[in-house]
Design a protein around this ligand. Structure first.
Ligand SMILES: [Ca+2]
Ligand SMILES: [Ca+2]
Length: 92
């Protein structure tokens, strides 16, 4: 009995964690989606990378462009030039 309770608690914690991670991701996606069409175009995606560039100290515009293009095409699974939330949040 004790074991079952522990197990249930553990799965609850896991569930809660993954749910909140998902929510945070959706929130981030919505923030990046500047025109609110539920997809990210390359400009919106690139804008979202600015923080990452600062953190990684990538200041060369060419390098930034390359990283943005690579990251975008890697995520854009169906190649339509837009990222859905599903494409965006999928692990590479
Ligand atoms: Ca958009
Ligand atoms: Ca797409």
């Amino acid at each position: 009995m004790k074991l079952i309770t522990k197990f249930s608690l553990a799965s609850l914690v896991v569930l809660a964690c993954s749910t909140s991670a998902y929510a945070a991701n959706q929130k981030y996606f919505d923030k990046l989606d500047a025109n609110g069409d539920q997809t990210l175009n390359k400009a919106e995606f690139t804008a979202g990378l600015q923080k990452y560039f600062v953190k990684k100290d990538i200041t060369d515009p060419e390098e930034q462009k390359k990283k943005a293009t690579n990251g975008f095409s890697k995520r854009d699974a169906n190649g339509d030039g837009k990222l859905t939330f599903e494409e965006f949040s999928k692990k590479r």
